[in-house]
Design a protein. Sequence first.
Length: 147
Amino acid sequence: MANDSSAQHTVKPYLLMNGEGVAGYDASVKAARVSTAGNLTMIESRTKGGAPWHVHSREDEYFYVLEGAIVVHCGAEEYRAGPGSFVFLPRGIPHAWDVDGEGATLLMMTVPAMLEEFLREFHAASTRDQRDQVAARYGIQFLWDKK
């Protein structure tokens, strides 16, 4: 087998124990741009809410439901995802989701990585205009008026 220098990685393997997160983030962030060389984000989210209609232009989004249930809309499709369910949301297709019930725990992932950085900036913004500006920097468009 030929030696392919592009196969060499500067990213290092790592282990996070229960209650630990990627350095520089809270314990919910298990994989980030800085820890995966930009390949993957994974966040363990314990939530009572979801996300309004939006569309990603640069990354695919994935959910794995650990506890509770969510309702996901993607294009014309609607899915109710309970424990053990996996949802794939391809880039370029508008989608929204919400918790179905009191709360849910899920793994939220994007490929390539970006979700941890986007969410940090998005939640720090105080107005819809500021949030739209953050979203635009990450190639995301919110469809605020879509029901």
